[in-house]
Design a protein around this ligand. Structure first.
Ligand SMILES: [Ca+2]
Length: 464
């Protein structure tokens, strides 16, 4: 594995027992000695008094072009070109010792490393999976919601909520939403209220005709055939024909998460006064949760360019994809996957690709060539056992399903990546696991950027 940057943070050194990290002592007489309450660095057999760490100090290990820089609170104290694998060993050893490597993903610090995919997208996958069309004849199916009893709601970007029952698309829309459907805007995300089984409420995210992205709450009829507007939860999320975000997901904490976009104005992403270029977190009643990272604000993470993919690891860490640039500041490509916590800054436009910076998150993996990521899900089903625990990302422009594996015990370091169905089904948008444990994917070939055949867009079910 190639790391271009590895960072870790000694946040809770206190409590660690005596340990010494030195992966190849015969070659490198350099290590970090962890004791209760502090850590210190040994070089050529001598402990360096100037590199004693105490709780709260930041140890950063940065690898660039094979040269390893060790920094204490931002200052380089040791440089080595001998062992580019050492930081990975150190990270694993720190994790084994109980150091809070996962805390390196909290706001203000970066995760462990970044895999840069230099060419292509990801190599062909090794698991023999198949994709079957559940239904065709759709127009830009942007998001799916699985109802109790087996029905499926699907949003079509021009502004329709459709009902799929027993594999049959019902001809009459459940609801028609007036939208400003230009470019990438229109009706996008859908998510069910956590208490949907009793209240039949659901959320929609769309570009309103007047020109802003909105979050509504609707109520479905008992027979699921129609729906009525219930309340407006959020308005004024800046929109444009580009970068409207649009993904809605209920998190493991029962909160509603919303991915937005910059929308074509990069400076929005670092501006705390706008909801553009952010990840948002709301209570299902639309109120701001008391424990949000910025008091009184729905903003959960900042520095987002345009996200359509959200899911959570088993420990509640948010996995989030973001679209890399398409020409801004002379930059292109570099789509990314990040693991973040509340208050994290994903860096756009200050950094991009595998770059890092103070208080900015370095992604886990970056593709130099444009993916760009549609929906994303962590697969928890068992029908494709090799995929259990993997992240699956729908690729729009590169027309494939990308699978990424990661190691939760090593700061979510990416351990492999591969891709499936390259060019077979065109552009892929939504990726979500159904209650049946199967993975569902939608195509997006009728969105003006693909080839919309006679069959229109489809919902695919992936199985082994
Ligand atoms: Ca970023």
């Amino acid at each position: 594995m190639n790391f271009t940057a590895i960072e870790t943070t000694l946040l809770r050194v206190a409590g660690l027992t005596h340990a010494f990290l030195d992966p190849t002592p015969q070659n490198i007489d350099f290590g970090i000695h962890l004791q209760s309450g502090f850590a210190e660095v040994r070089e050529n057999g001598v402990y360096r008094a100037d590199t004693t760490f105490v709780t709260g100090d930041v140890l950063r290990i940065n690898v660039q072009s094979g040269v390893v820089h060790y920094l204490k609170n931002g200052d380089v104290f040791y440089t080595s070109s001998a062992a580019p694998s050492f930081p990975l060993f150190l990270a694993a050893a720190l994790a084994d010792l109980g150091a809070t490597i996962t805390d390196a993903t909290t706001a203000g610090s970066s995760r462990l490393g970044c895999v840069l995919v230099e060419s292509g997208i990801s190599p062909p996958g090794s698991v023999p999976v198949r994709a079957d069309a559940v239904v065709s004849g759709l127009e830009v199916p942007w998001a799916l919601a699985f109802l109790p009893g087996g029905d499926i709601l699907v949003t079509e970007r021009p502004g329709r909520v459709r009902l799929l029952r027993d594999g049959v698309l019902q001809p009459e829309p459940v609801a028609t939403i007036p939208t400003g459907e230009t470019g990438e805007g229109g009706l996008m995300g859908i998510a069910l209220h956590p208490a949907f089984a009793s209240n039949r409420l659901f959320f929609l995210y769309y570009t309103a005709p007047a020109g802003s992205n909105r979050l509504d709450r609707w109520q479905l009829s008992e027979d699921h055939a129609s729906a009525v507007f219930e309340s407006l939860l959020l308005d004024g999320i800046p929109s444009s024909p580009r970068h409207n975000g649009g993904r809605l997901r209920i998190g493991p904490d029962g909160m509603l998460y919303v991915g937005t976009g910059d929308p074509g104005t990069a400076d929005n992403s670092q501006d705390p006064r706008t909801l553009a270029g952010k990840g948002l977190r709301l209570r299902p009643d639309g109120a701001v949760p008391a424990d949000n990272p910025f008091p009184g604000s729905p903003i959960f993470v900042t520095g987002v360019r345009n996200t359509q993919g959200l899911d959570w690891t088993d420990d509640g860490t948010l996995a989030i994809t973001d679209h890399g640039p398409t020409g801004e500041l002379g930059r292109t490509g570099h789509d990314e996957l990040n693991f973040v916590r509340a208050g994290a800054n994903l860096g756009w436009p200050t950094i991009y690709g595998c770059e890092g910076g103070a208080g900015l998150v370095t992604p886990a993996i970056v593709w130099r060539n444009a993916v760009p990521p549609g929906g994303m899900a962590i697969y928890r089903g068992s029908s494709i056992p090799e995929w259990t625990g993997s992240i699956l990302i729908g690729s729009l422009g590169a027309q494939r399903l990308v699978r990424v594996t990661f190691d939760p015990a090593a700061g979510f370091a990416v351990t492999s990546h591969e891709s499936y169905f390259a060019g077979q089904f065109g552009r892929l948008r939504e990726v979500i696991q159904g209650p049946d444990g199967q993975l569902y994917v939608t195509t997006s070939n009728c969105d003006g950027r693909g080839t919309c055949g006679a069959e229109g867009d489809r919902i695919l079910r992936i199985s082994r």
